[in-house]
Design a protein around this ligand. Structure first.
Ligand code: PLP
Length: 433
């Protein structure tokens, strides 16, 4: 069985994706090639939006964390699906604006926004700043005062929850670079400061406990800690938050070892705790926001490569080297992230060769995946697919070694279109003096 329903095998023995022949797509667009299944993106949005409404009512907000994959067409899709978005940089704000996205529905994150960033976001009408710290709070106040406006904000607080995931994607702990901790009293001090300023309007609080969360009760514990903090602010400062943003983070299946999550069911568990704790604390229920990134786009993506060499090191290991690598997908190099790798051009051949899938960069660490099974008939020129690459691949792509970035091709209703064109070597020199 396949790790996602949008994968299959056709009569030619080729891998199909969103019902289309990947070999034909590779022939038409070249490799390396990012493919995105538009119907899957929309389906993932609807799963979240419907579940959020069912669990938390009409005030619930579902935002796509666009750092997972940001280009203009993604924002158009989010607009059509009624999704809010998270943005984290001037580049993402600009991309959303240039897509015609209504930025009053955007939340602006980041722990190091410059004065220019803040001014640009206000110029673009970004609806809500998620303020990370005192320095930023003063800077937002100053810019809003200059404009004679009041900027809506959330404060980012850290609930001190270990989501049992990798350290590099663990952001909810007291010693995190993000936000201010509840446990140390610094979060309360930040609230006091925000309430004393005249040009910010505090809507509530944000927390983000980490990414790729599968553990049973991470969001339940976050809800519990955050609601108790909201009640504490009500009791000590007379301030009642109207928004509770729980961040992003449900996990996706990269390999058969990952569980399948029923998002609606998981959110029902979170809602049960939410309603119970609100009742216990006699808290008027804040509007709940959620910011999934990865789980909106990851399984809507697939990357196709062409094998360039098959190297057997007798007694040690084998390598299949392809025409892309850490430049289009740095996640294995960064986090040892697991992926499912498939021989897209010959899905029926026995996968009887263990090998590492190596990238094309001059860097020993440029490995896309270790110890995968491919057919020993695989040759230079054959296709290799890496699945579930829709999140944090194109978004994290670089030009290391002056490798141009692949194009992003969207698949829709049996047809395809270029959403981001392939970089050329002239694009690379285009910035040089
Ligand atoms: C990265 C991030 C998200 C999205 O996380 P995913 O694991 O992609 O769902 C949401 N909110 C914030 C603040 C983030 O930093």
């Amino acid at each position: 069985m396949f790790i996602c329903e949008n994968l299959g095998v056709n009569d030619a023995g080729h891998l199909s994706f969103a019902g289309q022949d990947t070999a034909a797509l590779a022939a038409r667009y070249g490799t390396p090639l990012y493919l995105m299944d538009e119907a899957r993106i929309r389906r993932n949005c609807r799963v979240y939006r419907d579940a959020m409404r069912a669990c938390f009512g009409e005030s619930a907000m579902t935002l796509y964390a666009s750092k997972a994959n940001s280009f203009r067409q993604i924002y158009r899709i989010m607009q059509e699906e009624g999704m809010g978005v998270d943005v984290v940089s001037r580049g993402e704000i600009h991309t959303a604006a240039r897509a015609g996205y209504d930025l009053s529905r955007a939340f602006y994150h980041g722990n190091a926004k410059s004065d220019a960033d803040i001014a640009y976001a206000m110029d673009c009408g970004v609806g809500c700043f998620v303020v990370d710290n005192e320095d930023e709070l003063h800077a937002v106040e100053a810019e809003a005062a200059r404009r004679g406006t009041a900027q809506r904000i959330l404060l980012r607080v850290t609930p001190g929850i270990d989501p049992h995931t990798y350290e590099a994607v663990n952001t909810g702990m007291v010693d995190s670079k993000f936000g201010r901790a509840i446990a140390t009293g610094e979060a309360e001090a930040l609230v006091r400061l925000a309430l004393s300023l005249r040009h910010v309007r505090l809507l509530g609080f944000h927390c983000h406990v980490g990414s790729q969360v599968f553990a049973e009760d991470v969001f339940e514990r976050a809800v519990d800690v955050m609601l108790r903090f909201i009640a504490q602010m009500r009791d000590t400062l007379g301030y009642t938050a109207s928004v509770l943003d729980l961040g992003g983070g449900y996990g996706v299946r990269y390999t058969d070892a990952d569980p399948t999550l029923d998002i609606a069911e998981k959110l029902r568990d979170v809602a049960r705790v939410f309603h119970a704790v609100c009742a216990e604390l006699s808290l008027s229920e804040p509007a709940v926001a959620l910011e999934p990134g990865r789980s909106i786009v990851a399984d809507a993506g697939l990357t196709l490569y062409t094998a360039q060499s098959v190297k057997r090191i007798r007694g040690y290991k084998n390598y299949v080297a392809v025409d892309g690598g850490m430049t289009d997908n740095p996640r294995f190099a960064l986090y040892k992230s697991r992926y499912t790798v498939l021989p897209a051009g010959d899905m029926n051949a026995p996968r009887n060769m263990r090998c590492d899938l190596a990238g094309c960069c001059c860097e020993s660490g440029d490995i896309l995946q270790q110890d995968v099974a491919l057919p020993d008939t695989l040759r230079r020129g054959d296709l290799v697919a890496v699945c579930t690459t829709g999140a944090y691949n194109y978004a994290m792509a670089s030009n290391y070694n002056r490798v141009p970035r692949p194009c992003v091709v969207m698949l829709r209703d049996g047809d395809s279109y270029v959403a981001v064109r392939r970089e050329t070597v002239d694009d690379l020199t285009g910035l040089d003096a």
